[in-house]
Design a protein around this ligand. Sequence first.
Ligand code: HGY
Ligand code: MN
Ligand code: MN
Length: 428
Amino acid sequence: MKTLGPETIEQRLLALARLTQPGSLGVTRLLYTPAWHDAQALVYRWMEDAGLCPWWDAVGNVHGRVDGASETTILTGSHIDTVVNGGAYDGAYGVVGAIWALSHLKQRPFLRQSVEVVSFCEEEGSHFPITCWGSRALMGEVTPGDAKTICDPDGVSLRQAMDAHHLNADKISEAAKDYAAFVELHIEQGPWLEAQGKDIGVVTSIFGQERWTVRVKGVSRHAGTTALRDRHDALIAASRMVLAVQDVANSSEHIGIATVGELHVIGGSTNCVPGDVVFHVDLRAETDRVRQRLAGQLTHHFQQIAQSTGVTVAIEKNTDERMVKMDATLQNVIAGSCRSQGLSFMPIASRAGHDAQIIGRKIPTAMIFVPSHQGLSHHGEEYTAPEQLQRGVAVLLQTLEQLAQGLPGVGQDQSFATPNVLPGRWFG
Ligand code: HGY
Ligand code: MN
Ligand code: MN
């Protein structure tokens, strides 16, 4: 079986980018949609061509594997889904790069431990109001009950969407598996590696994040005959709340950030005073203490605004992910791979969320970043040059190979040598 050349990486990313919802401004590949299924099927074929004996698990993650002498397994991979009008690299790069790396590991005469690649079915939370559905299932954190109650904006449940793709939600718990370590390759999605002129980012931690659904209810009235003093305008109140989100973000940007990326007037029309508005808040911070402080400030602002405009406000927290530190020893293995390949690298905290955030709460986990041109991401013009893609995959391959040859402590009962851990700090 021939091993894959470096040109394969970009070619495959462009092939995946063509598997998108028609008419989108970038790549739109949402969980349990036809574009999503076609992409996972293509990934399955690539794994099969590489001799990785692929399989689908109960929630639609696609796995491939290189068996070592021991069942102890190192996991790598990322997510196949995208945001609406997203880019070609977010998630897909970590899937394509991992398949490339395992196609090379497959050629090694001996591996002490096994290595597995996974294409996670979903990370973004861009179709259903839950993030990391694939990695949460792998960690045994989701149930058939969740699949029944979690519905998309059209009221379709995860269970119904799974049924449509011949996935049985009653078997969700069968997706759970044990691994010794996880290494995720991903684009940085920020401007710092490019600004610092570095080839590789060694991730030290992943910001905690929470997502809210905020419902503002006023009174819908006639736009012509209702005096301003008699109005309880839900959109005016929601707009003031959105500006409060910006004020809180501006007050803390070096360690925290808040965004409203989606707002809908329910049942609105041009000649009616809006009576019902829903919007979503994305709140992140370098420490959980800062995030809790910002959340408290925002809640207080929202309640004050509601009172002064005579509307009601209800805040529902959809996800709440605490900050997760990356494993120190794995960081050192990655740094050692960079040094031996003559690549420049730096420690970096990730403001973007990742599957590594879910998995890193349970097993030793690390991430390898490559630069994003102008820090652009969640955008159709997201871009990383082919030689940068290749450097990241080469570091992933060397790191996986070292781990698979049984680095002390990964999957074994030896304690790690005290690592000279990179000074993890935020390059803001
Ligand atoms: O939202 C994020 O940070 C990630 O791209 N899902
Ligand atoms: Mn991602
Ligand atoms: Mn993303």
